[in-house]
Design a protein around this ligand. Structure first.
Ligand SMILES: [Zn+2]
Ligand SMILES: [Zn+2]
Length: 232
């Protein structure tokens, strides 16, 4: 209780401090202008799946999207999974540093202001119950809640569920990742809106969000966007 009050008083009385370098931030976010400029932005990337590309022949579509178009309609992945952004995601996910969740959510929410048509629901990539118990939270849901506050889009955290605890995706090779994700999810209730955005912290191969988009489209959702903080 006392700690809660100390946190509240600190939040209102002390200027925000940059989470990366501890300097005063001079803006409402916990991020100084120097560290903001140094964020690894995902500028040259596939216009469909956000995959970083080496050639800057914009607008460009990656080979994978050309040969095997994904089920989702677009990807917003403003940062690369590198340096400070990677540190922020890992501090949040594996060390429960919630300040980074707020910062990542705010940075992503800030990018969404430029999107033309907004979805009617935010759907966080679900975590299996056993992993949820282990971690104590779902990072995708935490980010979705912050975007929801900024853009007034409701979060649907119950229609999609994870059937079984999949092996940690990051430990698997590309081929076993796509097999690992097959039938991993369950749509437990009907989605009644035509346009949704799937939310996650980081997108690696895109197999997880693609499988979710496939299920949502099969269930009648017309537009599925993918919004992630970072693209690996
Ligand atoms: Zn800084
Ligand atoms: Zn692509």
């Amino acid at each position: 209780m006392v700690n809660n009050w100390i946190n509240i008083i600190q939040e209102y009385c002390l200027p925000p401090t940059c989470l990366f370098c501890n300097e005063p931030s001079h803006n409402p976010r916990d991020l100084c202008s120097f560290c903001e400029k140094a964020l690894p932005r995902n500028k040259d990337c596939c216009i469909h799946c956000g995959q970083p590309m080496t050639l800057a022949n914009n607008p460009s579509i990656c080979g994978q999207c050309l040969t095997n178009p994904p089920y989702f309609d677009s990807t917003l992945a403003p940062f690369r999974y590198q340096r400070t952004v990677r540190y922020a995601i890992q501090s949040f996910k594996y060390h429960n540093n919630y300040n980074f969740a707020r910062l990542l959510g705010e940075l992503l929410a800030n990018e969404i202001a430029t999107e033309k048509t907004l979805p009617q629901r935010l759907i966080p990539v679900p975590l299996h119950a056993s992993r949820y118990r282990e971690r104590g939270f779902n990072q995708a849901f935490e980010i979705a809640k912050i975007i929801s506050q900024h853009h007034k889009i409701p979060v649907d955290n119950c229609s999609l569920q994870r059937r079984r605890p999949t092996d940690y995706q990051s430990h698997l090779k590309a081929k076993s990742r796509s097999q690992n994700i097959k039938n991993a999810f369950l749509l437990s209730q009907k989605i009644t809106v035509p346009h949704v955005a799937i939310i996650d912290d980081v997108m690696t191969t895109g197999n997880t969000v693609n499988e979710l988009a496939r299920m949502l489209k099969t269930a009648g959702v017309q537009n599925v966007d993918v919004w992630v903080c970072a693209r690996a």
